[in-house]
Design a protein around this ligand. Structure first.
Ligand code: GTR
Length: 413
């Protein structure tokens, strides 16, 4: 399976636990006045304070809904996937005018659904057509990163259909009673340093009342996820109170940022999200703050670069981002061969979010040590480290489906 390899992946990185510089994590419960949060009620205010710190220092502003947001159904096929699913394609148009920028949502629902179903939602890397070979899926027309089969000169052609079926497990989801909603992240902002010029940070600057540099690519992708949720709330076959947000890698970072801002996402799943995602920034292991800011300057705001040399100066760390999910169920996953993402740092991110879950009488992760390979642990906060490489595969999805079954009390089947 193809994956992005930045030049920085060649840069020397530390993979030695003994060479991790000592660090002290900021306490998510410590308020600005120095006092400690002791109740879930007090947490509400602290939650906003932490969210604002992430806006200022890491991901930038998060605008609300754009005026005139419109949903237009482009196609419906109630006999998709050999009659097992309903396929809908919807243009989510960011304005009243039909020529406004838009994102195309691909939605599959189990045909047998008698009542509104829970849905997994997430952005994809190379266009909706890569999720399944279903020939009815529209091809994206905008910029796509070169690399995969069927992408030439940054344009996708039919040969890219089904390029990442393994990453979505659509048939499995449908057979277990779940829907899937996805959109191509490049509809929001093409993922390269100049992408903001043609993405929504520029095209919607006026309507959102925000300058491009006030937020980030991750912010733009996360904003799109919230607009997807706006649409899902209008879809009668979807149970919008049971939407599990998933994201792999950079899109895992975007999923976490989306769910931090938007509590309508009922479950949050971070798959190999690494640096700038679930992994602690203070650990110099694998990818670092400096490296990610150098390879992907557009992902974060300029302010984040001030911490390149010393992430200890950050007023936050990623366990606090994970804590913003509380009390919602959160799943963090790593892969053994994905040392670049710092599996232990991801585990510790989840672990140190625990005190906030405890305010809600939820145990959090509930284990002290990192579990063995392919041994999922935890209840409201779950974690696994799977064998194999940086990816999201059938094994990961099995765990996420089991997790959703548990927390959504079994889907309407
Ligand atoms: C890498 C990047 C990671 C991760 C990954 C991905 O190049 O260094 O932070 O986001 O890309 O998205 O696959």
């Amino acid at each position: 399976n193809f994956c992005f390899l930045p030049a920085s992946a060649q840069m020397p990185a530390n993979y030695d636990e003994d060479k991790i510089k000592p660090y002290q994590l900021p306490d998510p419960l410590r308020m600005e006045n120095g006092k400690t949060v002791t109740s879930s009620k007090q947490w509400e205010k602290q939650r906003i304070a932490i969210l604002n710190l992430f806006k200022t220092h890491v991901y930038g502003a998060m605008p609300g809904k754009v005026a005139g947001l419109t949903f237009r159904t482009l196609s419906v096929d109630s006999m998709a996937l050999d009659g097992k699913a309903i396929r809908k394609q919807i243009a989510v148009i960011f304005g009243k005018d039909a020529n406004s920028p838009k994102m195309e949502v691909l939605l599959y629902l189990p045909v047998e659904a008698k009542s509104p179903v829970p849905v997994f939602a997430g952005l994809n890397f190379y266009g909706n057509q890569t999720v399944h070979t279903d020939p009815g899926i529209n091809l994206p027309t905008g910029w796509i990163a070169n690399g995969p089969t069927g992408v030439e000169n940054n344009i996708a052609n039919v040969a890219s259909r089904g390029f990442q079926t393994e990453r979505w497990q659509l048939e499995e989801l449908i057979s277990r009673g779940y829907g899937l909603a996805t959109a191509y992240y490049g509809d929001l902002e093409p993922d390269h340093a100049e992408g903001w010029k043609t993405g929504i940070r520029t095209t919607l600057a006026k309507s959102l009342g925000l300058q491009a540099q006030e937020w980030s690519a991750i912010g733009a992708w996360a904003w799109g996820l919230s607009r997807m949720m706006d649409y899902l709330e209008t879809e009668p076959l979807v149970n919008a109170r049971q939407v599990a947000l998933t994201g792999h890698s950079r899109l895992g970072k975007a999923a976490l940022w989306a769910a931090a801002n938007d509590t309508r996402f009922a479950i949050v799943i971070s798959n190999n999200s690494g640096e700038g995602g679930a992994a602690l920034a203070r650990r110099n292991y694998g990818e670092t703050v400096e490296v990610i800011n150098t390879s992907f300057p557009h992902w974060f705001v300029a302010k984040f670069k001030e911490y390149n040399k010393d992430p200890n100066q950050l007023p936050v760390d990623q366990h606090m981002l994970l804590a913003l999910m509380a009390p919602r169920p959160l799943y963090v996953a790593s892969a053994v061969e994905d040392q670049w993402a710092d599996p232990k740092g991801e585990f510790l991110g989840a672990k140190h979010a625990e005190p906030v879950y405890q305010l809600f009488n939820k145990k959090g992760l509930g284990v002290v040590q990192m579990p063995d390979v392919n041994q999922p642990v935890g209840d409201v906060v779950a974690y696994h480290i799977r064998s194999g490489k940086h990816d999201i595969n059938a094994y990961d999805w099995q765990q996420y489906l089991n997790f959703a079954d548990r927390h959504f009390n079994n889907p309407a089947k």
